[in-house]
Design a protein around this ligand. Sequence first.
Ligand SMILES: Nc1nc2c(ncn2[C@@H]2O[C@H](COP(=O)(O)OP(=O)(O)OP(=O)(O)O)[C@@H](O)[C@H]2O)c(=O)[nH]1
Ligand SMILES: [Mg+2]
Length: 509
Amino acid sequence: MAVIDADTDRLVIRLTYDGVPFCGKTTSLRTLARLVSLELKTPEEIHGRTLYFDWLEYASGLYEGKQIVCQLVTVPGQKKLESRRWHLVDESDAVVFVLDSTEERLAVSFAQLERMHQRLAARGGVMPGIVVQANKRDDPSAVPMAVIRERAARMGNVAVVESVATAGDGIRIAFVLAVRLGLDRARALAQMGLLESGTSASGTAEGLLREMRSSEDKRNAPSGPRAPDLLEASGGSLETASIFDSSLLNSTDDNGTHGDADDDNSRAHNAPAPLDTDIPSGMLWPAVAGRILLHEYCSTSIATLDHRGAAWRGLNSQWIVHADGEVYFEQEASARRDLIEWARFHVSIGKGLSASRCLAAHERDRGWRLWQVVRREANLLELVMQSLTSGPDRAGAGLYTAAHRLLSAARAFEKNGLPCKIDTIGNCETPCYVGLVRRPDGPRKSARKSPQLSDEALIRQELGARIRQAVRMGISVSRTIGAIVAVDATQDARSETVTSTLKTILTGQ
Ligand SMILES: Nc1nc2c(ncn2[C@@H]2O[C@H](COP(=O)(O)OP(=O)(O)OP(=O)(O)O)[C@@H](O)[C@H]2O)c(=O)[nH]1
Ligand SMILES: [Mg+2]
């Protein structure tokens, strides 16, 4: 849907409020309209039920020097109007899914959310971002947020915000996030040469209504009562207004001169401002999914940062965050260029890289710092520690699997220069890198390159100390070796190296 309006030279994006009947879509948009003193336009309602859509239009901020216009629509929730609902969902640049979080309606709400998510994902191209606005948090039967977040996380790639639409809580946060996701999508389309320019038939509420009616006529199966002409019904022209400070969305391209990272030591040691979600589009990678991930990180469990060497690093049970203390850009263009190069490096690694990660250029104190946020995934260190404390049979099988997976990953990733260690390799059959990815062209690049180790040396380096400690603690060496031999069925060259190296470590050679 994102389009450059050829007549007005404005960027138009569409945000759709979806959800099951009575979840609070119209209430959310009505509340938003009140916040900005705008009238909500509704083609038709029967007994308070939306039949086509509600419509609100905002103009705010700049994209590449062009004014941004956000069209906000709600869908009709009724099952018999589903074709109208899909018509609107399919045209979205971002979706706010208003989730009825009461106990009675949660299951049906999630079922609809999952269907919508699958439909958008199956379309290919740049998927619109989804904000789950968990509504009716004031209801005594509202399901705990932890349950909702856990279920949303299982589905993946959705941001979660709490709301009480009737009181106005959370409405603005969900909206601003959706605008940013819509802009991320528009920018990604532009980079792929897919951002259209023209005059959209559905560029006004009246035009959208005409378009929906005409597509129903074509299908020859009108699925609900018709609305009178919108402008007749609303009695006037449609307004636009700004809901937030335009600087919030202003992300024009900076054509400033390219400067290298600022190596100022004082900056390296000053604690950086904590990462937040206030990142302009174009300064986050990947475009839409990266913002959703960053929102999740900032709204669930921000890691406490500590200073290690020249880096700032945070680690908790869910996340790893990292910023190189020496890398600080005074020019937006320089930061963007570095970010793009770093993102390209990620893309070049391909499928072997864990998917839940993002890169962000964060502006504070008249400069830009580059961050990476990685969701923690099960790694080989966890497998080894669990195995070594679960008796010799499990220890043998666990050590064999860990060593084998470590070697496969090291060979798969050696061309990328990724540091393959037991805490950076995922505990999965296909080689998977789950650790931090260094900037390809950092200031200390040459010093960081680690020498290529032989298979045996790598196993010794990564597993040796832990195995020796388990032996000191009394694990049965003979039974552990027996378990290793039992699990080694393939007997190829790599398996032989794994088995013989583990044996020699266990027997203290
Ligand atoms: N307690 C509570 N009630 C809410 C909240 N949000 C909406 N409601 C109520 O839920 C009912 C339905 O709200 P609507 O906004 O009309 O729902 P809708 O999703 O637009 O419904 P359809 O247009 O039929 O799909 C109304 O009575 C609202 O007052 C909320 O956060 N808390
Ligand atoms: Mg409604």
